[in-house]
Design a protein around this ligand. Structure first.
Ligand code: FE2
Length: 219
């Protein structure tokens, strides 16, 4: 990839994401640093590859996916906006063109705007990848008795597969939840807004979002 490898291996980027991890650990939140960045970029790659986007477009979207939560190095509130400004400085130093920087920072800056439709197809892919990243590995706490609802929901997800099908026009999230840890109802309580993001993102990509939990279709 033209830009992605330079960004994902940039020492400053890695330090910022490690700082986001430290902040979230101190706050007792789920992981939103380096591993989430890598996972988001990989999912963006998968989504756009399945939809036959060009390598250049995938590269731009993967950079945005990798950097989208970098603002959490400063603070969670307004992290999309702070992350966009941080990314502008970083990408300028790495040497991306002004036009590509603009495309990337607008994706990062708008990725939490639930009341608006995604600003582009690439923004929709980043939003979909971000909001479907629900995994046991994102739970930082090690003692179950300190788990909050967020931790329980993530911990309960034992399998998470995102399937993109251009042919039938769907993007399917298939989750396996251990319902001895968290009920399906609890999942919906906590992730209702994420589902809204996913529906908007799928629509922008010309697809319909479907959600399966323990092989039952809910959406
Ligand atoms: Fe995120």
């Amino acid at each position: 990839m033209k830009y992605y490898d330079s960004v994902a291996n940039n020492p400053a980027v890695i330090e910022y994401l490690k700082q986001a991890d430290k902040n979230f650990k101190a706050l007792g939140y789920t992981e939103q640093g380096l591993l989430h960045a890598q996972h988001t970029a990989e999912l963006v790659d998968k989504i756009l590859n399945c939809l036959n986007y060009s390598l250049n477009e995938i590269d731009i979207a993967k950079v945005a996916g990798f950097l989208h939560d970098i603002g959490c190095a400063i603070a969670y509130p307004e992290h999309a906006r702070s992350g966009a400004i941080m990314s502008k400085i970083i990408l300028n130093k790495i040497g991306l063109s002004f036009n590509d920087i603009l495309r990337i920072i607008s994706i990062i800056g708008s990725h939490e705007d639930i009341d608006m439709i995604p600003i582009s197809d690439l923004a929709a892919a980043v939003m979909m990848a971000d909001k479907t990243d629900v995994r046991r590995e994102r739970v930082i706490k090690t003692d179950f008795k300190f788990f909050d609802q967020h931790d329980r929901v993530h911990y309960a997800v034992v399998s998470n597969i995102l399937e993109v099908s251009k042919n039938d026009g769907t993007i399917k999230l298939r989750l396996k939840i251990d319902d001895s840890i968290c009920s399906v109802l609890e999942y919906f309580e906590l992730f209702f807004s994420r589902i809204e993001f996913c529906k908007k993102a799928a629509g922008k990509l010309g697809l319909r979002f479907e959600l399966y939990i323990n092989e039952i279709k809910y959406l």
